[in-house]
Design a protein around this ligand. Sequence first.
Ligand code: MOS
Length: 734
Amino acid sequence: MSANGNYPDIPRVDARDKVRGATRYTADHVIPGLAHAMLAVATIGRGRVVSIDTNAARAVPGVRLVLTHLDTAGLQSAGFLMNGGYGFQSLQPMLGAEIAYRGQPIALVVADTPEAAIEGAALVRATYEQEAISVTLDAPGAETLAQADSPLPKPAFADRVVGDAEGALTTAAVRVDTTFQGPPQHQNPMELLATVAQWRQGVLTVRDPTQNAEAVRHGLARVFGLTPDKVEVLSPTVGGGFGQKNSLQAHTALVALAARQLDRPVKLVVPRAQIFHNASFRPASHHTVRLGADASGRMVAAVHEIDHQTSRHDLFPLSYADVTSRLYGIPNFRGRERLVRNDIQTPGYARAPFEHIAVCAFESAVDELASKLGRDPVAFRIANDAAVDPLTGRPFSSRHVAACLERGAKKFGWENRTHEPGSMRLADGTLVGWGVAIGAYKAATAPAIARLRVTDTGGVFVSVGGHEMGQGIRTAIATTVAMELGVPAETVNVAVGNTGAVPQHLTAGSWGSATALPAARQAAMDLSQELQRLGGNGPPGRTPQQILRDAGRPFLDVEARHRAPGQPEAIFDRLSQGLPSGAGPVYPEFVSFSYCAHFVEVRIEPRTRRIRVPRVVSVLDCGRVVSPRTARSQVVGGVVWGIGAALREASEVDPRYGGFVNADIAEYVIPVNADIGSIDVEFIDEPDPVLNSMGVKGLGEVVMVGVAPAIVNAIHHATGRRIRHLPVRIEDLL
Ligand code: MOS
């Protein structure tokens, strides 16, 4: 650490490789004898395959194998990640004739070249028995499931209730009663899903871009009836995950099966349109938010009711109200979360999966309430800040919401805002709106094991559970170890995403730093101590390399472990079985969240109503910032995504046929460079005093929370219109 206690702003340790094109992603791997695969998918929304004709596919020159559900005897599903299994859903395609959703794989064609595999897959013909479908929240035939009806464990799918919200609403001086609709959205990481599978002497090696190498490994072991030591998974670099790559994918076992049958390595790169239908996504959700305040402007009651899409085959655990119940110090809160079952693949986590849209609904309502009270939206939020966790009464490990709002307001120049909607026009008639919203996201922690080796040739090798998806975890780990050992960060070799090294817990839920860094730091501290012992009698100021040489030791190894406060030692057994083992936001002694405040300016062209976002100011409370460079980058990415979610993104559904009709990034509209103006990022950078020894919370997801409602609120300020759905488009403002 530098003199002021801050970590240095070092470049990404993998930056040079990335810009030189030296970083190899899964699809870049070429192995001698490699065959190429392509999937054929169902063209009905629900039903079963009656017959499947693969003759034309087999006749394509170069096609070596066509697998269908008739070729999978003896395999079993890896199960659903959120219910004791390892897959993104419990349904493993091609284990039977049933079709649960449009786009479900029905055949895998393998050929000497990708072109032949693609041609073959296009020639697979199936006949089906079709059934009626429901693919939207309000469709007839969609089954709605309340918490009481769910067989899921209650804490995983729980209504959040404190006090008497309905009673307090009745007597509140001022009330708002609002709805909000969130559309389905797809993450679209730049790197496509892909698998390279190879069997050698009964051992399966799989390269697969994943946030959860251990689940891929144990999932494949379960599918093939192998012991986990017969499977290894390598995922050293991932080109974006965002929750889509958090478990075993639908295609991975099929590629491994083909490789076993052909006795050749096989590669599949899943086309974008198929990913829209065969991986998790952010499902549609519908929100009702009712708020009440007393005459002094203190919020006294809130009700937040949510309906959320899931598949027919899986019940997804929800936690929308986990965050909205803690945004403010509201003493009476009732959350209610319901699942609506549709004929879709199981949706899942997508960056701030619940928090982004839950807080969008809630913060829009808060803005409306502040308006009704005639209060400034920043002052109103600060006045309603929480002193302790309203649900449990426990203290927050750290909470700098008010500081985020105050610093953001100052940077943004909020004091120049005029209150009335439509009051800040430019001379040419352009409507200007300034909006604000806060965000929160659980500060979670998972168990981690770190192994550290230093050698007498100056090598430093650290291996720890984690996955590099571009968020910068390698850089943060290297920085942590380098600071502790007093060596340059670029000399630290970091191994992540490798099941052959140490157990690899799912990297998600924004717990990557709070999980890997304390373990890596502990290993470095232990190693420093060992070195001190070893070099005790020698001259001071020697490097680790010199100490080892002087002691005649070629290398020194240590292993350290870290787990969340309150977690038992047995959590490491779950870790080694590839099962989700994260803790938080509620710990035995405290409750832990990261926070942010976003300030947004929108400009709306008076005739076309085109909405632009020329500037955003974001202030983040994520505890200690270990890697300023990559942290800032994460914030910019999250703000861009928030702009996309507010103004562009929706996965379009045709209720007659199912599936998603804009299944590519030409028609699934995301912001381009010209859509993004200034994004000014500031960190509170106060270490959390109790969550872990480094004071780090989480950052990746909280950054996106609150961006969309700040934009929606700014649009109201510009136009006087309260839009109650995302995305907000030109036609909403005509
Ligand atoms: Mo994140 S959506 O928890 O990978």
